[in-house]
Design a protein around this ligand. Structure first.
Ligand code: FMN
Length: 215
């Protein structure tokens, strides 16, 4: 059993033992559990400013384990995942990405004093590639959703990003894509930045009218 899975199983076992230790008086405790999960989902935000520390390996392992337990079409798991903490790689990618961009371009990010790298400044970046297929983008989206929500439960912020896709598929990005060593037939889809938040963004409004019960 790998270290991550072992840690995950031990955490799950510890939670189970804790939940058995005190008999439930009424529904109160399970209501609290539901509230905790709902609050985690409702308070997560995309984070674009981070403290310097990378995500500790043992927490990252749990986040990844939660990710790969996402529902996915026919359990095909059409993804490959690479984790990069090395600032040299992330900075190298960023320099190559910026080398084509005019500094007068309003999107040129180095004007931001907090700018660290092209992955919305995250110290830990997860790269996801997919094996093309009918459900693959949805599956990878669910993988990403599980990961960002699991991360948030540990106080770790994240930002899903599809913007780096064009760069990594370009000539300048090619050496970096090769370094990620995805298997033959896999296409890079998205990056997810992770780290300890250095900002508290406001919730972005959601359009409730998009939901309708049909009678
Ligand atoms: C598929 C997908 C692609 C995204 N791509 C980017 C991106 O390239 N750059 C970025 O800064 N944010 C990106 N985001 C983050 C969204 O902008 C963000 O989730 C949205 O504005 C809602 O804000 P919230 O996550 O704080 O609730 C992406 C999110 C998703 C789900």
């Amino acid at each position: 059993m790998n270290k991550g899975l072992k840690l995950f199983c031990l955490s799950a076992l510890a939670l189970f033992i804790m939940s058995c230790a005190e008999p439930k008086k009424n529904n109160e405790e399970s209501v609290n559990k539901e509230q905790i999960i709902v609050e985690n989902l409702m308070t997560r935000r995309s984070i674009r400013a981070y403290k310097d520390d990378v995500v500790p390996r043992e927490i990252m392992d749990v986040i990844l384990e939660c990710g790969i337990h996402a529902p996915n079409g026919m359990n095909k798991q059409p993804w490959e995942i690479r984790i990069v903490n090395d600032p040299e790689i992330l900075n190298g990618m960023t320099d190559a990405y910026l080398s084509d961009m005019d500094e007068d371009n309003p999107r040129y990010p180095k004007k931001d004093p907090k700018f660290r790298n092209m992955f919305r400044n995250a110290p830990t970046v997860v790269f996801i590639a997919m094996e093309p297929g009918m459900c693959s983008q949805v599956d990878c989206g669910l993988l990403a959703g599980n990961m960002v929500n699991a991360a948030w439960a540990y106080g770790i912020g994240s930002c899903i990003q599809m913007a780096p896709r064009d760069f990594l598929k370009s000539e300048k990005g090619k050496p970096y894509l090769e370094k990620l060593s995805f298997s033959e037939g896999y296409e890079f889809l998205m990056a997810i930045g992770f780290g300890y938040p250095d900002e508290i963004p406001q919730v972005k409004p959601r359009i409730k009218e998009k939901i309708r019960y049909v009678k």
